[in-house]
Ligand binder design. Sequence first.
Ligand code: SF4
Ligand code: SF4
Length: 322
Amino acid sequence: MQDKLNFNHCESIYWVFTQLCNDKCDHCYNSSGPQGARISEEECIQIIENLPDQVDRLILSGGEPLADKKLLYVILDRLQEKFQGKTQIMLQTNGDLLTGEILDILIEKGVTRFDIASIDRYHKHSGSRLIELAELFDSRGVDGTEHQPLIEKDNYLVQNFRLSWGYWGASEDLWLGGNWARGRSMEKNIWLRNPKHNFCNILSGGIGFLTGAEGIPQEISIQLWRINPCCPGTYKAMGDARKEKVAQVLERVAQSPVFQKINAGDPLGMGESIGISREYAEQRTEELQNICLWCDEFFKQFFEVATLESRFVEPGQIDVIA
Ligand code: SF4
Ligand code: SF4
């Protein structure tokens, strides 16, 4: 279990440093695409300076990291300077743009794990490059025997990380658990309507973002610069990684019973400390059909993340998300 007070050590950080992408999938939760949002090199360097001093693994994702290749290379160089090879650097890519020449550069710059996250029916190429990619990795001695996402801590708590690659994708009942009620998935109206499905309590949700949980690493996500307890992202970010030390942000929110409930994977209980009952949360989740939409409503209506204080709401004045 992670030492709760020492957030200058994080087990895992998932960083979407770009929303630029060569693809434009309907299910994309962060609306990445050819016109996707980007941040500058200076902002990325600032974010790296603000990362904890010790990070066991850092997953670089997007968007498509290779669509923003120049920035990716700068980030990789800075990460090596900061962590001196003590952090496992993982790249999550759709694999469409990967060539032998690029793979050589990525390995040289310290990437030790490659995850091809597009082998599913949602992506345009639907895994058609898989054999080609397997040959490419094989030609560079990148091991492909563990193709599922590396979740076990043993995989990244060792140093001298071995080179490996894997592949997986979104499915109806795994990973995305359907589709998050976010981004283009929301625009295209293909988000998962299932009030009983608790995204927060599984990998990529908020569970364990402060302490880790059974079989789940202590992991936060940074979407561009927004520090979130989960990949879907809360209505307002916990902090701005360009301006604040990530460790300080985590120390701050760790004091809050609201975020402690998220850490427990229990967003239905996150209002209890400020008088919002679990019954009310269940009722709204049922009406909204999705637990992350309840979470959005909670942070919009009842709780200010910046001050960690509840908002006073006049009885009968609750402005629910339509
Ligand atoms: S799901 Fe992946 S490949 Fe598709 S648009 Fe989003 S970032 Fe790009
Ligand atoms: S309920 Fe909130 S904290 Fe939990 S996964 Fe959804 S958006 Fe993230």
